[in-house]
Design a protein around this ligand. Structure first.
Ligand code: FMN
Length: 187
């Protein structure tokens, strides 16, 4: 498949449709070679990836549940159980985060987050090229110190998302995409 055809075929798969097989640790390292090609002002390499598999997904769900209970005193028991169940929907979750260099003379924080987002997108394309399916999700946990801390992030760091990875147990209908002409102007 040529690169354009491949990228034009990528789309996200809902996390609940993802099952094994998933990429092995060696395959993840190969896929991350593509992430390392993201544009990166100042060669700061801000991107970090954390593999969360097996019962570590339940542990992450417990962190989500506890953080919601602390964040929102009005959260119902059902809300908290829903939060707990989020990371176990897919067999593999890769947390993607930016280790932020504060007060950099040339590279503002937003550029470090953009570089990490580009690395995440490269990874999504690489996963697709290798026949896996995935989706990047965020939500309130990404912005909660009670989630970032236990995962090893400092308060300054940016959790860009949780990429849920696996093999789709059923196909997702092909999405209609916007016409790029609507987004292009000539100045
Ligand atoms: C930063 C970011 C955060 C996202 N967070 C969520 C999320 O929490 N839940 C969700 O269903 N989709 C989320 N999405 C959207 C999906 O990743 C995906 O882009 C969307 O479902 C469209 O699918 P596509 O990749 O096939 O275009 C997020 C996307 C981005 C860029």
């Amino acid at each position: 498949m040529d690169a354009m055809e491949c990228m034009l075929g990528r789309q996200s798969t809902p996390a609940g449709l993802l099952v094994e097989p998933t990429p092995s640790e060696d395959e993840i390292l190969d896929l991350l070679q593509v992430a390392m090609r993201a544009p990166d002002h100042g060669a700061l390499r801000p991107w970090r990836f954390l593999v969360i598999r097996g019962d570590r997904r339940q542990a992450l769900g417990d962190i989500f549940a506890d953080s919601l209970a602390k964040r929102d005193p009005d959260a119902t028991a059902a809300d908290i159980e829903k939060a707990r169940g989020k990371p176990v929907r897919a067999p593999l979750v890769l947390a993607v985060w930016a280790e932020i260099t504060e007060d950099h003379p040339k590279v503002p924080v937003v550029e470090q987050v953009v570089a990490t987002g580009a690395a995440a997108q490269n990874l999504l394309n690489a996963l697709h090229a290798q026949g896996y399916q995935a989706i990047l999700v965020t939500g309130a946990p990404c912005y909660d110190e009670n989630v970032k801390g236990p995962l090893g992030l400092a308060p300054k760091d940016a959790l860009v998302g949780f990429i849920h990875i696996g093999t789709a147990r059923s196909a997702t209908p092909v999405k209609k995409r916007p016409d790029p002409a609507e987004f292009l102007a000539t100045w």
